[in-house]
Design a protein around this ligand. Structure first.
Ligand code: OXD
Ligand code: MN
Length: 609
């Protein structure tokens, strides 16, 4: 490809706006791909790419009788997860990104990236993927365009977002879009024209996942994997979108979204934030154990929320698919997910069965006698290693979910009635509590933590703070983000959703879970729904309102266990309050005074208890 590439060579469809064509041409000059293909989002385009990848040995077609139109990819063993230490936010000042992000100055970072991206697509096809986060043209939706030299990333984007001609046609001249550039960093031709063969999972040891919120740009280099490569997800829908939300008055959150219906048909829409690995997908597809109650899926990972004309908070799931963790997803734990995976799925780093189907730990109680493991080696139950990588994934269309809510694709989304914060806490945090106010709820969200082990130092174990489950995903200073949440509460007033905290993971002294979890979590959803509707009762405690009428009918659980589930130990909580103080110190005087006040009031309530 000549350096002075002409506009014609970019192969743009007629409907592409001029500013997009110009950007594609500029980037092509830097990246120097062999050719450019615009992804049109059609099934035919999807098939073309899968066939190409199969021929190149980068995808395996699964047995079409067992798993129609589904594929397996195996990554390089060094490219299996998001790389937080290589994730950067570039702003004029370090204060803007805050102490929880890696900061770079935009000019310096662009200079640093240039030699890596210069010619990084030599010998490859550059795919141009127009996509919409949220329904095309919806009031909460936003358009992006990803350039990538990875067909795998393109195929995954097809499932995870609305791609191709539909969002492209909706763009209009000079319309705003988030610009994402992604290269695996493995050119097939060097600067002198020497060629080298491709690998089955091209990537680079050097990785950069970089964000430029001021110019709404993403540059991702060196990884083909998940959140590093599917730029619509964590990079755009959380890191960049959180900044757009700050500037425009809305919220981009690491939350699932469900519609809960009572036997009488009363609906409560709930958005819930949990740190990674807390069973979000299970909760998003929950099958209630209590008669007459229904939980329907709207989203499992990301929610965008914007005040509507009626003054309420309206939410969409900006994605169109699930990029879920496979291990632990089984008939027992999440039958809806297993059903969702019946066809049209891309699996990554799971094991391959002798029948040409997939397997992972937890899919069935017993492992098959022989498999090919995620690294392509023979495997038997005696091998002593995991057959599937612990972070192996499925990419599946949301529309295949049996529990899907009809409103999932509604242009303007659904009104949110309740917001839930959760963490993995073996101690201290009760099964469920309601905040006293929006401000108290923001304090709950700001102080979410998980414990590594119950045996760690101190009475409450080692706490890993993950405020709003956004620690790796907030695109600006976390303390400013808390302030933004407080402002949103003031704007919404009494129309604001009610805020709750939950914890499925509390253990007794013997280290056994106190609460059965999974489908039984519907009992907590029932209480939350009824609370929102003014139909459930609670009693105040130092940390929030606790239920007095949780429905445990038909559940074998002792009074003592119920007591333990809701026990508040003032001493342990006061220790935790000290840790919160230390945590807040990180953000200095940026911590909103309302949150310091909440901490003071919490201590007061604990001291009086
Ligand atoms: C995810 C995560 O992959 O939160 O969704 O890590
Ligand atoms: Mn997530």
């Amino acid at each position: 490809m000549p350096n002075n590439m002409t506009a014609a060579a970019i192969n743009a469809p007629d409907i592409a706006p001029a500013n997009l064509k110009q950007w594609v041409a500029e980037m092509a000059e830097l990246l120097k791909p062999d050719s450019i293909e615009w992804y049109d989002g059609s099934e035919a385009n999807f098939q073309l790419l899968t066939e190409r990848e199969i021929a190149a040995g980068r995808l395996i077609r699964l047995n079409p009788e067992l798993r129609p139109n589904s594929f397996l990819a195996r990554t390089d063993p060094g490219d299996v997860a998001r790389v937080e230490e290589r994730t950067f936010i570039a702003t004029e000042t370090q204060e803007e990104t805050g102490p929880t992000n890696n900061w770079r100055h935009p000019d310096e970072l662009k200079e640093e990236l240039k030699p890596h991206f210069d010619g990084s697509m030599r010998g490859r096809i550059m795919y141009v993927i127009p996509f919409s986060m949220g329904p095309v043209g919806g009031p909460i939706s936003y358009t992006g365009v990803q350039l990538t030299d990875s067909a795998y990333a393109t195929l995954n984007m097809h499932i995870m977002t609305r791609t191709g001609n539909e969002p492209l046609a909706a763009m209009g001249e000079d319309s705003e879009f988030v610009r994402g550039v992604h290269s695996v960093g493995y050119p097939l031709v060097d600067v002198d024209g020497n060629t080298r063969p491709d690998t089955s999972w091209p990537c680079n040891e050097t990785k950069y996942i970089t964000h430029f919120p001021d110019t709404r740009e993403i540059f991702s280099y060196g990884s083909g994997y998940g959140g590093n490569a599917l730029l619509g997800k964590k990079c755009f829908a959380l890191r960049i979108a959180s900044v757009i939300g700050r500037d425009e008055g809305w919220l981009a959150e690491h939350m699932l979204l469900i519609k809960v219906s009572s036997p009488e048909g009363k609906v409560t829409n709930i958005a819930a934030a949990f740190p990674s690995a807390c069973g979000k997908t299970n909760l998003a597809m929950l099958q209630p154990t209590i008669p007459g109650w229904k939980v329907e899926t709207l989203g499992d990972d990301i929610v965008w929320m914007r005040p509507g004309e009626d003054g309420r908070l309206w939410a969409i799931n900006p994605e169109a698919g699930f990029f879920g963790v496979a291990p632990g997803t089984g008939i027992e734990t999440n039958p809806n997910a297993v059903e969702t995976l019946r066809e049209n799925v891309i699996f990554t780093n799971v094991a391959l069965s002798d029948e040409g189907d997939v397997w992972w730990e937890g899919l069935t109680p017993e492992a098959p006698k022989h498999l090919i493991d995620w690294r392509g080696r023979d495997w038997t139950p005696e091998s002593g290693v995991l057959a599937a990588h612990p972070n192996s994934r499925f990419t599946a269309p949301i529309e295949q979910t049996p529990s899907l809510a009809a409103e999932w694709d509604a242009l303007g989304g659904v009104p949110v009635d309740a917001i839930v914060f959760g963490g993995r806490r073996t101690t201290n945090v009760p099964l469920v509590a309601q905040s006293y106010s929006w401000q108290h709820g923001v304090f709950m969200g700001a102080t979410i933590a998980s414990e590594q082990t119950a045996a760690a130092e101190g009475p409450v174990g080692e706490l890993r703070r993950d405020p709003f489950a956004m620690l790796p995903f907030c695109g600006y200073n976390m303390a400013d983000y808390w302030n933004h949440w407080l402002k949103m509460g003031a704007l919404l007033g009494d129309k604001a959703p009610r805020i709750f905290q939950v914890n499925w993971f509390r253990k007794n002294k013997e280290g056994k879970f106190l609460w059965p979890g999974f489908g039984e979590n519907s009992r907590v959803l029932e209480w939350i729904s009824k609370r929102v509707q003014g139909r459930a009762s609670a009693t105040p405690s130092p940390i929030g309102n606790l239920p007095t009428d949780l429905n445990i009918e038909g559940l074998e659980i002792s009074d003592e266990t119920m007591k333990e589930l809701f026990a508040i130990n003032p001493e342990a909580w006061l220790y935790e309050a000290d840790l919160t103080d230390k945590f807040f110190e990180m953000f200095g005087d940026k911590v909103p005074k309302q949150l310091r006040l909440e901490l003071l009031e919490l201590r007061g309530r604990l001291n009086r208890a």
